[in-house]
Every structure is written in structure tokens, then in C-alpha cells.
Ligand binder design. Structure first.
Ligand code: ATP
Ligand code: SF4
Ligand code: MG
Length: 333
């Protein structure tokens, strides 16, 4: 079965603006050969540290950015090379919810107008008219009818994000890119918004690409997980497998930092990563995780060399998963 969204070898390199680097042809490898798919009605969680390229991936999928190379197919149709003027239909089918509900809403636009905006921009007139559709959407996301003429400053963060979700639903999209939609919200409100997104998925069959820097946010929500580091996918698989038996040293380190409600279930302690995230303008040669990998220093010289000489590929981007578990079990934490 063709997946709803198929992303293959997607790359976005930004030219470096500083004069010294520009003359050397330097680029920031924000997204560097990323592949994954999202099935209809399913959720893919895209997780990783700040600066690893999650939002750039989301913006590429929305075609707010033009890819440097690679393929984006929706229902088998290539999107990566469409010109801006040909993107209108695609934009109906793929929508986005942003991290900061305050800055993604116009303070001078009423809530009703904000939700109606995609319908008007795409010249779509729903059967019962725009106002009725907006009222339906408001009801769907838990906003009251009297909120219609209110302005964003009168709303809490959680309510504003509900407006953002209603706006994203206005055109009945097949896929919504949710870029850290709950990370700016209080913890208690986060759960409400995630429950709302789950209910909407159950009712409408919409698919989500759900971006988060915190693995625990996607654990109970995503069907599949892609773990990103320095512009590349380190591990990709079904959520149950990734959480139950993580294989890449980076995934293991991230998971070891997720608090366990039951101390008895605590994994064998936290794996601390040394050093800072390298610059995406100058990533390590070979495996990009090499400079922080806790397994790498414990390998024999031949295996260590392979980490430098060739880029690991596949759904678990590590040459040495066979020894990683054992090495990590004996690594001082
Ligand atoms: N327009 C741009 N021009 C140059 N560099 C950019 C641009 N947009 C993003 N970058 C760089 O690309 C890298 C990835 O950025 P991105 O915003 O995609 O990361 P992220 O994973 O979403 O991070 P965060 O969790 O902080 O939101 C960063 O090093 C960032 O500085
Ligand atoms: S390829 Fe080498 S450096 Fe990269 S994650 Fe595996 S062991 Fe670590
Ligand atoms: Mg981001």
C-alpha cells in the first residue's frame, strides 16, 4: 500500500551568510538525507534535540522551504519540485500547527476570522457556509460559540492552541504537521491538547507528523518514531519497538533520560552524552553522532575506524548495534 506521505533522501542545506564561510562555499546541513513515511490516519513522532532539523523538515514538507534535493510524495504525487504557483491544492491537503500559539495568531484578528482564513484564502465555501463551518470547528476543538468574536489576547495558551488546531482543520486536510504544539503549554494543558488531537484523528482519519524534543510526549501517541540528530535520522521504527528495544546509542541515551514513573522499571541509569552538539555547518565525518557517542571510544580500532570512514544508513544508523548494548551496559554513566 502506498503511504500517504513518502519522504526520501530529503536535504536542505542553507548557504552560510558570513563572508569567510561563504567564500569557502560553506553550508548548514539542517536536513541531510532524511527518509520516512506516514500512513493515512497514523502518527509519526519526529524527535531530537534543539537544532537537529525538526522544524526545517516540517517547513520543507509544508513547502514553505524548497528542498535542496530529495523527494516528497503525497499519495504518490511528487511535491518537492512543484512551483509555488502549483502548490495551492497541496496546501489544502497538508496543514501545520505551530509551537507558539501566541505568535502564530494575528492579535488584531478575531478567533472566528482566524479559523475562517484558510477557507477564504483557498476560496472554499463549505455546504452550510463559512460561518457555520467555523462554528462547527470551534465546537470540535472545545471552544464556545461566544468565543467567535473574541481576540487572541483574551485566551489562555491552551485555548489559543485550540484555535490553531481548528484553523488547521478548516480545509479537512489529510496530514497535519504539528511542530512542538504543546511544548509552550503548562503540563496539565499539554495532556488536554494531545487528547484533543487523538480524538480528532479517531474521528477524521487525519495523519500527523508530530514534532517534539521530548520523547515522553510522543510515547503514548505516535505509531512510529523517527529520532533525528544533526540533520539525519538515527533510528526509525514502530513506537513499541523503539521504546521497548532501542538500538541506536543516541536513542538509548535519550530514553535513559525519560523519567520512569516506577523506579523499579528504571533502566540501568542515565547515559550522559559528553560534549556539545556539533555545528551543522561542520558535522563529524562518517557517523555524525561519533563525537558524542558513548560506544565509539570503547570499540576496537578497526570498528572505530568504520565510524569515521563511512556514513551508517538504514533504519538504525549505527555500524555497531551488535556491540552497542554490551558496551553501554559497562560504560560509566
Ligand atoms: N533559514 C535558515 N538559515 C540558516 N540556517 C537555518 C535556517 N533555519 C534553520 N537553520 C539552522 O538549521 C538547523 C536546524 O534548525 P531547526 O530549526 O530545523 O531545528 P529544530 O530541531 O527545529 O530545533 P528546535 O528544537 O530548537 O526548534 C539549526 O542549526 C538552525 O540554526
Ligand atoms: S556508528 Fe559508531 S559512532 Fe556512530 S553511533 Fe554507531 S558506534 Fe557510535
Ligand atoms: Mg523547531
Amino acid at each position: 500500500m502506498t503511504p500517504l506521505l513518502q519522504v526520501t533522501d530529503l536535504t536542505k542545506h542553507f548557504p552560510i551568510r558570513s563572508r569567510a564561510f561563504r567564500s569557502a562555499g560553506g553550508v548548514i546541513k539542517a536536513v541531510d538525507g532524511v527518509s520516512f513515511s506516514v500512513d493515512a490516519g497514523q502518527t509519526l513522532g519526529l524527535v531530537g534535540e534543539s537544532g537537529c532539523g525538526k522544524s526545517t523538515t516540517g517547513r520543507l514538507l509544508m513547502r514553505l522551504l524548497t528542498p535542496t534535493s530529495g523527494s516528497i510524495q503525497l499519495d504518490g504525487r511528487e511535491i518537492a519540485e512543484l512551483r509555488r504557483s502549483d502548490l495551492q491544492e497541496y496546501r489544502r491537503r497538508v496543514q501545520m500547527v505551530f509551537q507558539n500559539p501566541s505568535s502564530s495568531l494575528n492579535p488584531r484578528q478575531s478567533v472566528g476570522s482566524a479559523i475562517a482564513a484558510p477557507l477564504l484564502a483557498q476560496r472554499v465555501t463549505p455546504a452550510g457556509g463559512v460561518k457555520a463551518k467555523v462554528r462547527d470547528l470551534m465546537d470540535r476543538v472545545g471552544l464556545r460559540p461566544d468565543h467567535y468574536n473574541r481576540f487572541p489576547h483574551e485566551f489562555s495558551g491552551g485555548q489559543k492552541q485550540r484555535v490553531g488546531i481548528a484553523r488547521a482543520l478548516a480545509l479537512d486536510p489529510q496530514l497535519i504537521i504539528c511542530d512542538e504544539p504543546v511544548s509552550a503549554l503548562d503540563v496539565s494543558v499539554q495532556a488536554q491538547v494531545i487528547n484533543l488531537l487523538e480524538d480528532i484523528q479517531r474521528d477524521t482519519g487525519v495523519a500527523y507528523l508530530f514534532i517534539a524534543h521530548d520523547l515522553s510526549v510522543v510515547q503514548h501517541f505516535a505509531d512510529r518514531i523517527a529520532v533525528m540528530y544533526l540533520g539525519k535520522i538515527m533510528e526509525y521504527g514502530d513506537t513499541e519497538r523503539v521504546f521497548g528495544a532501542p538500538e541506536h546509542p543516541y536513542t538509548r541515551a535519550l530514553l535513559s533520560a525519560v523519567p520512569q514513573p516506577d523506579p523499579a522499571a528504571d533502566r540501568s541509569g542515565r547515559i550522559r552524552l559528553s560534549g556539545d552538539l556539533p555545528s551543522p555547518a561542520d558535522p563529524p565525518r562518517g557517523c555524525v553522532f561519533r563525537s558524542r557517542c558513548p560506544v565509539h571510544p570503547r570499540l576496537d580500532p578497526q570498528r572505530r575506524q568504520l565510524c569515521t570512514d563511512s556514513v551508517p544508513s538504514g533504519s538504525i544508523a549505527c555500524h555497531h548495534t551488535d556491540v552497542a548494548a554490551e558496551a553501554l551496559a559497562t560504560t560509566p554513566r
